[in-house]
Design a protein around this ligand. Structure first.
Ligand code: JFZ
Length: 333
């Protein structure tokens, strides 16, 4: 563990990127604004797998340029980059051979942006990794979370016992296990063996029972004992079984002062690009967070949401540039 996490402890500042099919509608559905997290559009609007695929077919981010993204991260002083290889919608933003819900098979773009980013990061000496939604998967017929099309447990409804569904309805567990065996573990193995990421970032562990999360962690360690794993893969009675723990996006006053930890503030109120959310915080806010995190021994993984055309939002860009200017003035080298 100590060796595995050494680079991460030095890194201090990283770029978190939420980018997917949802970046195209960007908080709008059937002519209406959809507030909150833009990356939750499929769940909020109860969009069917077939309708979501229509969006995927239109996804064609021709302005995407991996080297340019990496440059913007490094110019802001960031030392690592983590991007959504698969968010809760279940759509693989890389060339996956598991299933057909993938960017290479379904989008007009056809390219593999994760491969391009992995290569660009490696070339530039930026640590690189993936966000992978291991629990929530709204396209897979057996996975937790989709209660509008499949009536699966783990969704919004209190049907099946809400977030403790596996305690209330253990008979539904084999279905979720089937998803873990058929999609989650094989895709995580693909990501590890095809792209050799430095870090994997997981989320919403409460959608699966502890035993499933531990099974996934074991599979990861078997495939690649050196990959750093965040604290939101397995959470058991306050304990963290990953390499470090994550805080919620809270004010600096509540940052921890001990252990390995990471905060994940986003520039506005959404992680994925939201065309109607202009609540971006000023540059000074992020510099303060960074100073506070660093002084308490933690890392700041600042999120931005690139647009559906592959360009960064100018509001995000301005924040990154502002931080970069401060970094330049205040760094020794
Ligand atoms: C989750 C996701 O649902 C969201 O789309 C995004 O990916 C974000 C980074 O993670 O949302 C969360 C999860 C946990 C907390 C807040 C938002 N939390 O612990 O406060």
């Amino acid at each position: 563990h100590d060796q595995r996490i050494a680079w991460w402890q030095e890194a201090r500042f990283g770029m978190f990127i939420h980018w997917g099919v949802y970046s195209l509608p960007a908080g709008e559905w059937e002519g209406r604004k959809v507030s909150g997290y833009a990356e939750h559009l499929m769940r909020k609007e109860k969009i069917s797998r077939a309708d979501y695929l229509q969006l995927a077919h239109r996804f064609n981010p021709l302005l995407f340029n991996a080297a340019e993204w990496v440059k913007q991260a490094q110019d802001a002083g960031m030392k690592y980059l983590i991007i959504t290889a698969k968010h809760h919608d279940g759509f693989a933003m890389y060339d996956s051979e598991i299933g057909d819900f993938t960017i290479t098979q379904q989008s007009a773009f056809k390219r593999d942006p994760m491969a391009e980013l992995a290569a660009a990061c490696k070339k530039a000496g930026l640590k690189f990794g993936f966000y992978y939604s291991h629990a929530f998967d709204w396209e897979h017929p057996d996975a937790p979370g989709n209660d509008w099309e499949y009536n699966n447990p783990g969704g919004d409804k209190l049907l099946h016992g809400g977030s403790n569904w596996y305690d209330v309805h253990p008979e539904l567990l084999p279905k979720a296990q089937q998803y873990v065996d058929q999609k989650a573990i094989p895709q995580i193995n693909e990501l590890l063996t095809k792209y050799h990421p430095d870090i994997l970032w997981f989320d919403t562990p409460h959608k699966l029972p502890l035993s499933e999360n531990i099974r996934i962690l074991k599979a990861i360690r078997e495939t690649d004992p050196n990959v750093v794993v965040n604290g939101r893969l397995v959470r058991a009675a306050g304990a963290v079984l990953g390499d470090y723990r994550n805080t919620a996006d809270r004010p600096a006053e509540f940052f921890p002062v001990t252990g390995n930890w990471e905060a994940i503030p986003t520039t506005n109120e959404s992680y994925g690009y939201h065309q109607f959310d202009s609540s971006h915080k000023p540059v000074a806010h992020f510099i303060r967070l960074l100073a506070s995190a660093t002084s308490r021994g933690g890392n700041l993984l600042m999120n931005i949401g690139p647009k559906g055309d592959g360009a960064f939002d100018t509001k995000d860009q301005n924040i990154l540039e502002g931080i970069g200017k401060w970094m330049k003035v205040n760094s020794e080298s």
